[in-house]
Design a protein around this ligand. Structure first.
Ligand SMILES: COc1ccc(OC)c(-c2cc(C(C)=O)n3cccnc23)c1
Length: 121
């Protein structure tokens, strides 16, 4: 159980929570909200060695599992790239992943992050 007080003290966690909310709202169909289930995606766990989804990222933030912004961005990219690896181009999932990756990364550029970064120092 993560006490709120320590959460307040951790500026990185607060920044990552904010960035995560911003990324999640771009996933309109919630295809990335939960781990992909092998029952709906045949052979998924054999093809995708490191599954990732927004709920797992959220849990990792709460457990203070990200030591840097770059580690958070890496998991976001992993999640999108998994979907572009498993799902064929042209599928709704591949297109959603490509779109999420590009629109998400635009929010994670230094220009966009600098004002938030000042909050960290
Ligand atoms: C159709 O409704 C849902 C609901 C939740 C999903 O993943 C959390 C998915 C889903 C998400 C994915 C991904 C992200 O590869 N996927 C691949 C094959 C079959 N289903 C999915 C689809």
């Amino acid at each position: 159980e993560i006490d709120m007080a320590s959460q307040k003290r951790r500026p990185l966690s607060r920044l990552l929570e904010q960035l995560l909310r911003n990324l999640e709202k771009r996933d309109h169909h919630q295809f990335f909200a939960w781990p992909v289930n092998d029952n709906f995606a045949p052979n998924y766990s054999n093809i995708i060695k490191r599954p990732m989804d927004f709920s797992t990222i959220k849990q990792k933030i709460d457990e203070n599992g990200y030591k840097s912004l770059n580690c958070f961005i890496s998991d976001f990219k992993l999640m999108c790239n998994n979907a572009m690896k498993y799902n064929k181009p042209g599928t709704v999932y591949h297109k959603a992943a490509r779109r999420l990756l590009h629109s998400g990364l635009k929010q994670l550029t230094p220009q966009k992050l600098r004002p938030l970064g000042d909050m960290l120092t």
